[in-house]
Each structure stands twice: as structure tokens, then as C-alpha cells.
Design a protein around this ligand. Sequence first.
Ligand code: SMG
Ligand code: MG
Length: 373
Amino acid sequence: MRLDAVELVRLRLPLVAPFRTSLGTEHDRDVLLVHVVGPDVEGWGECVAFGEPFYSSEYVEGAQDVMRRHLVPRVFARREVAAEDVAEILAPVRGHPMAKAALEMAILDADLRARGIPLHQYLGGVRSEVDCGVSVGIAPTLEELMDEVMGYVEEGYRRIKLKIKPGWDLVPTGAVREELGPKGLLQVDANTAYTADDIPLLAQLDAFDLLLIEQPFAEEDLATHVRLAEACETPVCLDESIVDTITAVDAIDRGATSIVNIKPGRMGGYLEALRVHDACRALDVPVWCGGMLETGVGRAANVALAALPGFTLPGDTSASGRYFAEDLTEPFVLGEGEHRGQLRVPDAPGTGVTVREGLVRDWAGAAPVSISG
Ligand code: SMG
Ligand code: MG
């Protein structure tokens, strides 16, 4: 496509309830949207970086800055740009995968809209509905945790993920397992909060028949993940550590992960995420779609990705209402009947959702940063 302008739009969306993890507490979502405009087509991407650099080194203000100074000018230097070339064009800029992913997504969305192709079809999706899980933050008390979990079960979620950290692990996990019964799908996520000394404690999670334990140790520390995998029955799943196909295949080869969390933002884009999916599938390693508290813009693309055949576990692809009272697109709502606990994969061209531009402009904190070629 030919790019005429790129707009970077910032807005702050309040969360319906605070979301607490071992990294800190989110009260609202600092959203950065990328809007690309061509002669007769436009597209949207969402940058998944958070306001503060706690999940990874990226943060919204930095992502916006690197887009404005370095990424967008590189794309403008081409007369025509295809989504498939964006990663290579941006490769001289080190790091910043979430910023790169958002720009690539917007260009891919515009291009697919122009060609009338839905994202799920372009990626090779094989299902029209995806199974949804929900990520449950660290609660003030066990009682509040149980209320929250049972509320999600009643809404239909097919899998519960508990955030854990030292001091909030065996007891809440055991209590939720008891409440869910043996059939309920349950997993935990530590966001790097543990060290090698905790291996014996983490191995006790085997008692709760979990689907997986996600990223207990530092992102660079594959060796300790290997040790845990050898010490416990529960599959170890990496999130933060897996930044591309090379790191995914290496972690699998070493025995550091037997299930992979795929988040396109962490991997520099949906096209690299697709390659990670393909590599894992070739190795018979299940994958699932992670979440970064996306608005409908990013959620739509995640749901399309989760339609691929290797996504055999429910994702953190929850309904819009899990986080937001009002979404920036038409809301994602869990299905009913045979589709209880599922989201329908958008089937219109591009990400298949419509950005509520009036609402976005009303809520935008400052005038968008507009860059033209
Ligand atoms: O989008 O439902 C969502 C969030 C799911 O737990 C979630 N994401 O490590 O997987 C993860 C976390 C990253 C965000 S923690 C603030
Ligand atoms: Mg995680």
C-alpha cells in the first residue's frame, strides 16, 4: 500500500476493576493506537506496551517516541510498503517489538481491507469460534478471589488462569482447584516472580493438576525453567522469554518450555507470531494466545490468530467486558449455548472490527501525533 499519513492516538481507558499481578497493579489502560491512512484505505493497530516498563522494557511513551522518530520515517522512506516487508524495513532499529508490531498490524489491516480479505483467512485460521480463558489477578483476600473466579465460571469462561507470586501461590491455587472440581481447566502465571530456590515449592503445584505454569523465572533464565520442568509434572510454559521463532525453538529444544504463550506484540508482529506458531506445530508443541489487556482493536487480531490450528488451549482472549465498560470497537461478547465460553472470529476484511472513531477522538488525551510522508 501507499502510505499518506500515520497517526498515533493516545487514550486512557479505566479498567472495570484493578488488575494486580506480581509486577504491580493496573487501574487503567494507557492505550496507543496506530492509524495508517492511504489514498483510499486505512488501517488500525494497537501497541500492547503498558504505561510502565514492568512486564518488559517497553512502555507506551517510549513506544510512541520510537515510532515517531525511527519506525514511521523508515516506512515512509518507501513509496509502497507491504505488511510482509515491514519487519525487514524496521530491523535496523534494535528491540521495540511492541512498537514494531503495532505499525505492522496497522499496515496489514489496511492492506487486507483494501483486498477484502479477513485477517483469520490471511493467517490460515481453521475455526470460526475460539475457546476463551480469563486471567485472574491477585486478590486482596481468598474470599474475594473465589467470588471473582466463580463469577467468571458463571459467565462461561472455559479456563481460569491465576496470577501467583511468593506468598500467593499454593493456598489460592488449591482453593480454586477445590471449587472448580477436577474437570475445570486451571493454570497459573508468575510473571518472573520466583527464583531457583523456589523449585521445591513450585513442584508442589503438581497436586492441583494444572494445565501449565507460566514464566516463573526471569526471562533470560532458561536454565532454571529446565530444572523446574525436570522437577515437576506440570508443563512449564514460557511467555516473557519467547521473543521470536529462534528463542521459541531453542527453549523447546532445551526442555525449558513444552507449551508456548504467543503474544504478537512481544514477538514484533503477527507475521512473526505466525512463524512461531508454525515452528511449534512442526514440533508438536501446543500454543495459546496471550493477552495484554487489549481494546477491541488488538483483541480482534488476537482472536483471528487464535483461530489457527496449533492454538489448542484456551487463550487469554476474554470478552471486552472483562476489562472495559465500553470498548473502542464493537464489543467482544462470549457466546451462548454450544458457543458458551467462546468468541466469534471476526469475518469482515482486515481485523474485521470497526473503530469507533468519534469515541476515540473524544477520549483521546491529547491531539494525535500525525506524521506524513
Ligand atoms: O489480556 O487478559 C489479558 C491479560 C492476560 O495475564 C495476562 N497478561 O503475563 O500473560 C501475562 C499478562 C501480562 C500482563 S500483566 C500486567
Ligand atoms: Mg504471562
